[in-house]
Design a protein around this ligand. Structure first.
Ligand code: NA7
Length: 544
């Protein structure tokens, strides 16, 4: 490997880098810092104008993370000692400030080319190098190509008839104007009630002349229990950070708590109810991945959790007809089988006179008109249309780059017949290519920074292993990826996840194969399997 700095001329050919990384979010920045620390030459390409990954793009009103701030950071103590988030669940503004802090502290930007989108990458088998072409016209070559594009980097905009005719402001949540957009006094429509729709609706309800929420599937949203953190609270919380950061590497979700060691089926009715109450009071994802260990696998236990959620939620909604739309008597899918959002006052906003809810299952959108949305039940006049319609999640960030391996086909073509990876980090036919937080890793079920660190550490070790032995090429084998795919699917089949149409299965994108995209066996189990492969000399990889 070339350990001296390579030439980095823009709009020119740059040879002999060790590593090209795409994406300057948690995963890309962690690897940049670690790989530079090994003495490797690294270039990061980032389409946004600053670091932060999703937090560069998602600047819509109310955008905030669903993980508690202490968990939503790197665990290195020189990076958390001086840093503080002022709220338990930080806003996009504070997360961006955290990324600026990381940038200054670790001097990251000098190796990041912002406003530059990677369009194409081609593997050169004769030289074991990737050639990467970017939107600024540059051509860059490196031995290793690492994609840190995150699970939500390709926004999904549904093909609604007349969408282009809308005369007002229309924005997808992840393509929100960087200068902001004032919703005050406006007639705002929000299509979609996932994490983004819930957050933007809460903000819009407070200031809009009228807010219309267009819901296709009710969100079984959980109480965020947001709170501001004063200095004293932060100081006390920090005393526990070392334990919490250690703990988060050993759990299912990469948080500092775990499923209970009990099933809902084995306890008395009174204990079950008391436990549901306790995790409800904790809030956040505790009622999802900190509750009974059979909730996501056993139908009866799952139904008990749904009924508890439904009754708590309905009690907050005045109009019984609206309550039935938001929290139906009979669930549309198992509890927790689609990702629950965290909400602050989402259900109460529907008690306001300036907020209305449209059930798209009963009255589908017929077309978007210049003045608003026409559904089967009537017309809704709007000044601003918010498309909170989600992402071509998990795979979209990878398949939207034209990545060509040794078989002549692109990654997109290969995965159009079903995603194949080994350990959720590499794919046969694409040597020296790695991805973090990608398909068949625990991404959807794991806290981002924890996953970035643990997968990042594994990648650092792999590249060090290759360097120590003067190897220049590794590649996942076909049998290994067939086996990993079978494991990912087999684990999913023991759960209730397949019973919902969710982005976990690609079911939100028309034409996308319906298959489990995430490893649902838990982050700690996943890391153990990755380490097992490493201990056996990177079993499942051909190395030369
Ligand atoms: P999500 O969670 O994918 O939510 C998208 C929402 O948009 C969801 O409610 C969809 O309804 C709805 N949707 C999508 N297409 C349509 C059409 N054509 N008509 C009506 N409604 C539609 O995306 P988010 O941005 O909220 O969150 C993504 C993740 O980012 C989040 O989970 C965190 O991990 C961070 P559906 O449920 O499919 O019926």
């Amino acid at each position: 490997m070339n350990t001296t700095a390579a030439k980095r001329t823009h709009n020119a050919e740059t040879e002999n880098l060790d590593v090209i990384i795409v994406g300057a979010g948690f995963a890309g920045l962690y690897l940049l810092d670690r790989l530079r620390g090994m003495g490797l030459s690294v270039q990061v390409f980032e389409a946004g104008d600053g670091p932060g990954g999703v937090w560069y793009w998602n600047c819509y009103p109310g955008a905030r993370v669903d993980s508690p701030g202490p968990m939503y950071q790197f665990s290195r103590d020189d990076l958390w000692r001086d840093w503080k988030f002022s709220e338990l669940y930080p806003s996009w503004q504070e997360i961006r400030a955290y990324f600026r802090y990381l940038d200054e502290k670790l001097d990251l930007s000098r190796d990041i080319r912002f406003n530059t989108r990677v369009n194409e990458a081609q593997f050169d088998s004769a030289r074991n190098l990737w050639t990467v072409r970017s939107s600024d016209g540059s051509v860059t070559r490196a031995r290793y190509f690492v994609l840190c594009t995150g699970l939500g980097s390709k926004p999904y905009i549904p093909d609604l008839p007349g969408l282009g005719d809308f005369a007002g402001e229309r924005h997808h949540t992840a393509l929100w104007p960087q200068q902001g957009l004032d919703l005050a006094g406006k007639r705002v429509g929000v299509i979609g009630t996932g994490a983004s729709g819930v957050q933007v609706a809460q903000e819009a309800a407070a200031v809009a002349a009228h807010l219309t929420v267009f819901q296709r599937t009710p969100n079984l949203a959980l109480p965020m229990r947001q709170r501001t953190l004063d200095d004293d609270t932060i100081r006390r919380m920090k005393e526990d950070y070392p334990r919490a950061y250690q703990k988060r590497t050993t759990t299912f979700g990469g948080f500092d708590y775990e499923f209970l060691e009990k099933s809902a089926a084995e306890v008395s009715d009174a204990e079950r109810e008391a436990t549901f109450e306790r995790v409800w009071e904790i809030g956040g994802f505790a009622p999802w991945v900190g509750s009974f260990n059979d909730l996501l696998a056993d139908e009866v236990s799952n139904r008990a959790a749904y009924d508890f959620w439904r009754d708590k939620t309905r009690a907050r909604i005045n109009d019984p007809a609206i309550a039935e739309m938001l929290a139906p008597a009979e669930p549309l899918h198992p509890y927790g089988a689609k990702r629950p959002s965290l909400e602050q006052n989402f259900f109460e906003i529907f008690n306001q006179r300036n907020v209305s809810l449209v059930d798209l299952r009963k009255s589908p959108i017929e077309r978007v008109t210049p003045s608003g949305i026409k559904t089967a039940a009537g017309e809704h006049d709007l000044d601003i249309l918010v498309l909170a319609t989600g992402f071509d999640a998990v795979t979209g960030g990878l398949t939207s780059i034209d990545i060509r391996g040794t078989q002549g086909e692109t990654l997109r073509e290969k995965w159009s017949k079903g995603v194949h990876t080994h350990l959720g980090m590499a794919s046969a036919g694409f040597p020296n290519l790695l991805f973090v937080y990608g398909p068949h890793s625990p991404n959807a079920f794991a806290n981002g920074p924890t996953c970035a660190e643990l997968q990042g550490d594994w990648i650092v070790q792999l590249l060090d292993h290759l360097r120590q032995r003067d190897f220049t090429r590794f590649e996942a084998t076909v049998p290994a990826e067939e086996d990993w795919r079978a494991q990912v699917h087999a684990i999913a089949d023991t759960t209730l996840f397949p019973r919902a149409d969710s982005w976990y299965f690609g079911a939100n994108i028309p034409g996308k194969p319906r298959e489990m995209l995430s490893f649902a066996g838990g982050l700690s189990t996943y890391v153990a399997k990755c380490n097992e492969s490493a201990e056996r000399g990177y079993e499942g990889f051909a190395i030369s």
